[in-house]
Design a protein around this ligand. Structure first.
Ligand code: AMP
Length: 428
């Protein structure tokens, strides 16, 4: 048997402890913000029946056509690792009767799987945080979701964020537009770029997304989606934009904005940033009024967004400097067996009071142990050596502030460390 080291699967990343610290901060902020708006968490399985996605996302989309991790299990059922979670939330809502005579404000966070070409910001296992509001037809809930997102980006300190928004109109109007768009593009078939030609028969709406400048110029001569909206579509969209204006949310209407999943109807939007390179969209969403019915439920209106966590954490990390990352509150240095006999129970007393203590394992000279504390970015070292044992006072050495070391008796330690909380180490 080979003893070669085994590597992770391409496009599926480990998150090491430093990264996890940042993920946890972002996740904590998400939890705080969704709570402010009354959204409640839902957790659904990572594996679902393949049909759930083929019926919702759309047979002709990139995701269903070529990106899903689909396999037959031991019972010969076709299963798929979820490529997104909206379909699962809707399935769970129908299955558990959450949508009968009631509406639901839900959020989720977890891993998703798409077999795409891995590059920066695009992975095969990635994570999405998402919002789903099931049961409200009006633009007020679309606005609420966008305002929630905006508050979250602000709380995370993100700068240079741009919100682009469009309306796809009702399914009937969108279908009329699609027909005309297809006819128009077929008449210009030979001038289109290659990938747009491929999309023409399968999913012409996605051609609006094309990065090719020639194709974009051709689209300028074609039918304009906005002129297909009827009064009701237009009223919904205007009302949403008014809500945003009243709340001070900046937006840019982009009549070419479409989404990669078929189930969207009405308002759609995307947040982009210049700080992420090619993968500049980090969150996208909209209204999907037909989806619940399409998956076997009642006609329940719905809206939501999905945000890529890898991209969000990257944006958050760009605003933070490494000096803000701090390690344990206390690094316990024990020199000799007698010191250890006192030090370990003392560490437990401090932990009992909620103070984070890392005991130096493996011994070593005081210099070596202090270096280890420093490498681990500990805030303070507590040193127990012969002198400390004799005086029954412990040496407390600040490691990040450059302040002088002090010594104190055990009964003062807890209060001392608690009083050090809330110091901003980023300014030191
Ligand atoms: P979607 O579900 O395709 O509308 O995507 C919503 C968000 O999920 C995007 O804006 C990205 O931030 C993120 N996302 C989608 N696909 C990937 C991927 N392969 N790798 C990383 N993030 C992704």
């Amino acid at each position: 048997m080979s003893n070669r080291a085994i590597q992770s699967i391409r496009g599926m990343n480990d998150q090491l402890p430093d990264a996890c610290d940042r993920w946890q901060t972002v996740e904590q902020t998400i939890r705080e913000v969704v709570r402010l708006y009354g959204y409640r968490e839902i957790r659904t399985p990572i594996l679902e029946k393949t049909e759930l996605f083929s019926r919702s996302i759309g047979q002709q989309t990139d995701i269903v056509e070529k990106e899903m991790y689909t396999f037959t299990d031991r019972n010969q059922d076709s299963l798929t690792l979820r490529p997104e979670a909206t379909a699962s939330c809707v399935r769970a809502g129908i299955e558990h009767g959450l949508l009968y005579n009631q509406a639901q404000r839900l959020w989720y966070l977890g891993p998703m799987f798409r077999h795409e070409r891995p590059q920066k910001g695009r992975y095969r296992q990635f994570h999405q945080f998402g919002i789903e509001a099931l049961g409200w037809p009006g633009p007020d809930v679309d606005a609420e979701i966008i305002i929630l997102g905006t508050r979250l980006w602000q709380r995370l300190g993100l700068a240079d964020i741009r919100l682009e928004i469009n309306s796809l109109g009702s399914p009937a109007n969108r279908a009329r537009y699609l027909e005309d768009l297809r006819t128009f593009l077929e008449s210009r078939h030979d001038e289109l770029d290659e990938s747009s030609r491929r999309r023409l028969t399968k999913n012409p709406l996605r051609i609006l997304d094309s990065k090719d400048s020639g194709t974009q110029a051709i689209l300028g001569d074609g039918p304009d989606l906005a002129s297909y909206l009827d009064d009701e579509d237009q009223r919904h969209f205007d009302c949403l934009l008014e809500h945003l204006e009243r709340t001070g949310v900046e937006y840019h209407v982009n009549s070419r904005l479409v989404r990669g999943l078929d189930y969207y109807t009405g308002a759609v939007y995307e947040w982009t940033t210049a700080s992420l390179g090619a993968q500049n969209a980090f969150c996208g969403g909209g209204r999907y009024d037909g989806l619940v019915e399409q998956l076997g439920g009642l006609a329940v209106p719905a809206a939501g967004f999905a945000c890529g966590m890898e991209r969000l954490v990257e944006l958050y990390s760009q605003q933070r400097s490494t000096t803000e990352m701090v390690g344990a509150e206390v690094w316990m240095i024990m020199l000799g067996d007698t010191a250890a006999a006192i030090g370990y129970p003392l560490a437990e007393n401090l932990r009992e009071a909620g103070i984070q203590v890392v005991c130096n394992c493996g011994g070593g000279s005081i210099g070596k142990q202090l270096r280890r504390a420093d490498q681990n970015r500990a805030l303070f070292a507590v040193i127990i050596g012969d002198e400390e044992l004799e005086n029954r006072r412990f040496t407390v050495k600040p490691l990040r502030s450059g302040e002088e070391q002090t010594s104190m008796t055990e009964d003062r330690l807890v209060d001392f460390f608690l009083a050090q909380r809330n110091r901003d180490y980023s300014v030191l």
